[in-house]
Design a protein. Structure first.
Length: 305
């Protein structure tokens, strides 16, 4: 058996999340169906089961997601056919052709010893994008940006976000898995305004006189982005933190309210998740190869404060 590492991304708008579900279109379902077709295995064959770095909810996107697959050497070798390439590269090429257009395959490689896509990960980075009052609304970006009609107090939102950094119980903002906890370690959390930048610079070297009157904007110019990095995330954690920050940013709640939610990890309606389309899993980081197995073993332990 060979363990493969698969790096990919997807537009989550038409998926009911990552996890495979009967009669619903999911990322895992589409991926495993493509693998079944290429490897000529039954769709429900347990050998096709993918282990992912982190499950995403319905409507959430991924620029960089990682999963692993244990597959028989002979099945991979059969992918070569008439191609003059290595078996893993042959599998990558076939997957690229078979996967739907809202899943983008980045890389397929033989995983190093001890690699586990979920448990070996050091940290995951999410970004939530918001278009608030005063920022030009681009309708083309509605699938991955949340529109907020209010002007947001970014300083107050960052005061709240700073409280999340460190090891905390995020029970006010997340739901634990069976047998798990909502204790997580956040390494970075900050709201930033993307600078308004032109794609074509105006000036004496401008491509035409028209540039002096209209400068092509960069797509994300002016957006407000929440970047959060943690060793792992509990269910609905990021979207609930964003929702709470937005309540602070609009003045509906103050920073003291957010501080109270951090101090008393109790789930209630006011810290529910905001809409999914603004959220993207941007990156998954792993330790050096010689520390993969040790990391996987350590992260399996139930956390405490």
């Amino acid at each position: 058996m060979i363990r493969l590492r698969i790096d990919f991304g997807y537009d989550g708008g038409a998926f009911y999340g990552w996890a495979k579900q009967p009669a619903l279109r999911t990322v895992q379902g589409e991926f495993e169906a493509a693998l079944a077709k290429i490897l000529r295995l039954p769709a429900d064959d347990p050998r096709l089961r993918l282990t992912v770095a982190g499950r995403t909810d319905t409507g959430v996107h991924a620029l960089h997601q990682v999963c692993h697959l244990d597959v028989d050497d002979a099945a991979i070798a059969a992918c070569v056919g008439h191609m003059d390439v290595e078996p893993v590269e042959a599998l990558r090429r076939r997957l690229t052709r078979v996967l739907p257009s809202d899943i983008a395959l980045h890389r397929v490689s033989v995983a190093p010893e001890g690699f586990d896509a979920r448990f070996s990960a050091l940290e995951r980075t999410y970004v939530y994008r918001v278009c608030d009052a005063g920022t030009l609304r681009d309708p083309r970006m509605r699938g991955f940006v949340l529109r907020v009609d209010d002007a947001l107090d970014v300083d107050a939102m960052n005061e709240a976000a700073a409280m999340t950094i460190g090891l905390h119980d995020f029970g006010s903002f997340a739901t634990p898995n069976p047998g798990g906890t909502t204790i997580r370690e956040v390494k970075y959390a900050h709201w930033d305004r993307v600078p308004v930048r032109p794609l074509v610079a105006a000036g004496p070297d401008a491509v035409s006189d028209a540039v002096a009157h209209y400068v092509t904007p960069t797509a994300e110019s002016g957006l407000l982005c929440f970047t959060i990095v943690a060793d792992a995330f509990a269910r609905n954690m990021v979207r609930s933190l964003v929702g709470a920050c937005l309540r602070v940013g609009t003045g509906r709640r103050d920073v003291a309210w957010f501080r109270g939610k951090m101090a008393e990890p109790k789930r209630e309606g006011e810290s529910g998740p905001c809409p999914p389309q603004g959220l993207t899993l941007e990156h998954v980081a792993y330790p050096p190869d010689d520390r993969l197995a040790a990391r996987a073993e350590a992260i399996r332990a139930v956390r405490t404060l």
